[in-house]
Design a protein around this ligand. Sequence first.
Ligand code: GLV
Ligand code: MN
Ligand code: MN
Ligand code: MN
Length: 384
Amino acid sequence: MSDFAALWAEIAAVGRASSGGYLRYALTPPELTLREWFRGQADRRGMTVTEDGNGNLFAWCDEPWAPGTVLTGSHFDSVPHGGGYDGPLGIVSAFLALDRIGSGRKIAVGAFVEEEGGRFGVPCLGSRLLTGAIDPARAAGLRDRDGVTFGAALGATPAGPDSRLANLSAFVELHIEQGRALETPVGVGSAIWPHGRWRMEFAGAGDHAGTTRMTDRRDPMLTFADTVLAANEEARLIGAHATVGRVEAEPNATNAIPSMVRGWLDARAADTATLDRLLEAVIKRATERAGRDGTELSVVAESVTDEVAFDTGLARRLSELLGDAPILPTGAGHDAGVLSAHLPTAMLFVRNPTGVSHAPAEGATDADCEAGVEALARVLESLT
Ligand code: GLV
Ligand code: MN
Ligand code: MN
Ligand code: MN
């Protein structure tokens, strides 16, 4: 068994559901198990573990926050029934890369909390807190689907930004590729599409399914359904991505017209102007439809992430170092995107043969994962 396969096997069953996907929500038992595993890996390598008061964990080869430290790592949390590679691959690979180059360097491994926003709704919550991109009081009040706040799950109000971030000389996140764009084992990231999440609430009039005449209804499900179709149509026309993957209806009864439908629009595009155009078009069409249905629409931006261009010089250098590895953008969000506003940041992608992500079919071959570890080792070696 390869080094990668052996270490991967230690976590492969944690949080795995019968769907074959993972339920590794931030600060719930499976993710806490992975954090314990992280501490064990750090101990095994003589590293010092610190927690930053925001839920992010760091394992340091040298003094914590020593100037010139290169940080690598990713996240443990998953989307509901997501794949096992999105996140953990970057952490497992980080420890294995250290095994190849030795831990006598200023390198740290990080595990960021709530990268997916799968529990509390805002993605990259840990890196946003660490960099000051979100107000700690707002973060503390974010609620999961059971009403538990992030503050309660963390056991404290998050600490917020840490000025010692300036001591890090670079951040490198290795990640599974999440589409079909990478044809070699390893690639280098160039950019992240601007993207965001908008909560759309459609309010109507709850009533009896059998006795309310069709002409008397104010049914928000109709406005919602039409808006989902409009989002898809507009995204295709404009050349962007729009998804509504989460919906709630109230009271959610088969024999009642809903009083409220809540849907989350995930929208992404290659540039900000296109993303803005998409959003404008979707809201315009939703508003028109709401007028016809007698429903009311409100839209709240839960998180918006600007376009990220990774350090071009660094990306080129790493590509060369890795034998002219392809340089490619991604439509997926990452803590690396948030950190890139504060320090030189790079991403390495590992080929994903199915091209599927955020679903159980996500995966990579052991050989490609080994190649990823080797690439990360070379990169860390060259940066320290
Ligand atoms: C995270 O993976 C995201 O981009 O949704
Ligand atoms: Mn993800
Ligand atoms: Mn990820
Ligand atoms: Mn992500």
